[in-house]
Ligand binder design. Structure first.
Ligand code: ATP
Ligand code: MG
Ligand code: MG
Ligand code: MG
Length: 469
């Protein structure tokens, strides 16, 4: 059984032997790309190479890319703690061909890696292809010897990738691992495909067309390859566990959460331990890449992640700042692969403590307000928008934190009323603002930032790099 660090190295070394340049992960804050909130796939740093705007002195590359999917179009925040396979921060392993090899070689390289190097039994694997990509189906049969029932044709955009309305695009093919009967979930393309039995481990994108306009698409003269495999997901397979949160790295982090908080990861507490372990990683890597908690934009996404983790720590019994105590374990586990973590450790630790101290002042009171407001409520009922707004405005509860707190009880928030309260407050603040003290400026800020949250956040991480890899 190999650990995450060895699995990452094995991937990079394998593709390096196959003539790929090892390229470092780019930062989580994309350079020169205001359309994207966070780097969410390996191809992000190569966008301009794929479109031909930029030239590199290599035609094949391999990376392990830091990714965050917690804002914008790709938002897995609400999956964390609920699925076996999603994180807010994760590493995407990828090999890329810039007009060099194409479909056949890409499939061969992927298949050889997983069945030979990683020695995954072929009978646990199945693949999807785009319904119109007969060529890919034929290649899978030829190269992998997969029977037709293991080559699933998908007609939706899940299996067709595009960079935007125009630009490179093409079909993709995803490799799934069957974790076995007994785990709920059906194969890709079936009605219960969102279960966790068949887990997507690798996505291969065949960029073979260029979309010139809504109606015109031409063949690319030199098609390209873009792939992405979740390191934590392949590690789960190789370590013989079903759940990403049971791999070596997460076991270490969760053990550290246990000792920091003084609560065992058992029974109902498991989800909170997982959320904290996940969110501490996202927090640390975002701060290391220059994001600091704030009330707008990227900083507000970070603050939301941090505060969600803090509420879960509180649930587990924490009474004082504890998250910073987990940091040394993270640095020990990942600092060699990502030295920026080591360099930023002091800053991350300090930021965690400050943010936690600050939020703890209102967290308790906010939680008791929430408890009072929902006393006797049943699943299917809704929390009033005014209460959600008060929690937000007075106690610093981001809306999604309140929603996260109520989700296990099946209670939703009255969003229309919440937005109305926000608008009203904003109008009042505008009318009465005379440049007085701190709290009134906070009152102005909060609505503004949430408007940004409601509008820009969704638009931010637009179609570009969508579909990801
Ligand atoms: P899923 O359907 O499971 O949400 P996806 O299709 O959104 O995955 P891609 O955009 O194809 O994922 O990303 C490429 C690979 O990155 C996936 O095959 C998976 O292994 C990994 N991956 C994607 N999202 C996450 C996540 N939130 N946490 C961990 N790994 C992820
Ligand atoms: Mg997804
Ligand atoms: Mg998918
Ligand atoms: Mg995919």
């Amino acid at each position: 059984m190999s650990g995450v660090n060895e699995i990452r190295s094995a991937f990079l070394d394998y593709f390096a032997r196959e003539g790929h340049e090892k390229v470092a992960s780019s930062p989580l804050v994309p350079r020169n790309d205001p359309t994207l909130m966070f780097t969410n796939a390996g191809m992000v740093q190569f966008k301009n190479v794929f479109t031909g705007l930029e030239k590199r002195d290599y035609q094949r590359a391999v990376t392990s890319q830091k990714c965050v999917r917690a804002g914008g179009k790709h938002n897995d925040l609400d999956n964390v703690g609920y699925t076996a396979r999603h994180h807010t921060f994760f590493e995407m392993l990828g090999n890329f061909s810039f007009g060099d090899y194409f479909k056949e070689r890409a499939i061969e390289l992927a298949w050889n890696l997983i069945t030979r190097e990683y020695a995954i039994p072929a009978d646990r694997l199945l693949v999807t292809v785009y319904s119109e990509d007969e060529e890919a189906a034929v290649l899978w049969r030829k190269i992998a010897g997969l029977s037709d029932d293991r080559i699933i044709r998908i007609a939706t955009s899940d299996n067709f990738w595009s960079m935007g309305e125009t630009g490179p695009c093409g079909p993709c093919s995803e490799i799934f691992y069957d974790h076995g009967e007994g785990i709920p979930g059906g194969p890709p393309g079936s009605p219960d495909e969102d279960g966790d039995r068949f887990i997507e481990i690798w996505n291969l994108v065949f960029m073979q067309y260029e979309q010139l306009s809504a109606s015109e698409r031409v063949d690319l003269p030199r098609p390209s390859i873009d792939t992405g495999m979740g390191l934590e997901r392949i590690a789960a397979v190789l370590q013989g566990v079903h759940d990403n949160y049971d791999i070596d790295l997460f076991r270490a982090l969760i053990a550290s959460v246990e000792s920091a908080v003084g609560s065992r990861a058992e029974g109902d507490a498991v989800a909170s331990h997982r959320v904290i372990a996940d969110h501490i990683r996202a927090t640390a890597f975002l701060i290391a890449d220059g994001v600091l908690p704030s009330n707008e934009g990227r900083g507000y996404v970070l603050r939301r992640i941090m505060r969600r983790a803090m509420r879960h720590a509180k649930l587990l019994g924490a009474r004082e700042p504890v998250l910073y105590k987990i940091l040394p374990t993270l640095v020990a586990e990942m600092g060699r692969a990502y030295p920026e973590l080591v360099r930023a450790e002091a800053l991350i630790s300090e930021t965690l403590q400050l943010e936690e101290k600050r939020f703890l002042q209102t967290l308790d009171r906010g939680l008791s307000l929430l408890a009072d407001a929902t006393e006797g409520m049943n699943a299917g009922e809704r929390l009033s928008g005014d209460t959600a707004f008060k929690l937000y405005d007075t106690y610093g509860f981001p809306l999604d934190l309140t929603q996260d707190a109520l989700r296990p009880r099946g209670i939703a928030v009255d969003l229309d009323a919440f937005n109305t309260a926000m608008e009203r407050q904003k109008a009042e603040a505008r009318a009465s603002w005379v440049g007085s003290g701190e709290s009134s400026s906070e009152n102005i800020w909060f609505p503004v930032r949430d408007r940004v949250g409601a509008t820009e956040f969704l638009g931010y991480d637009t179609e570009r790099a969508e579909g990801a890899v």
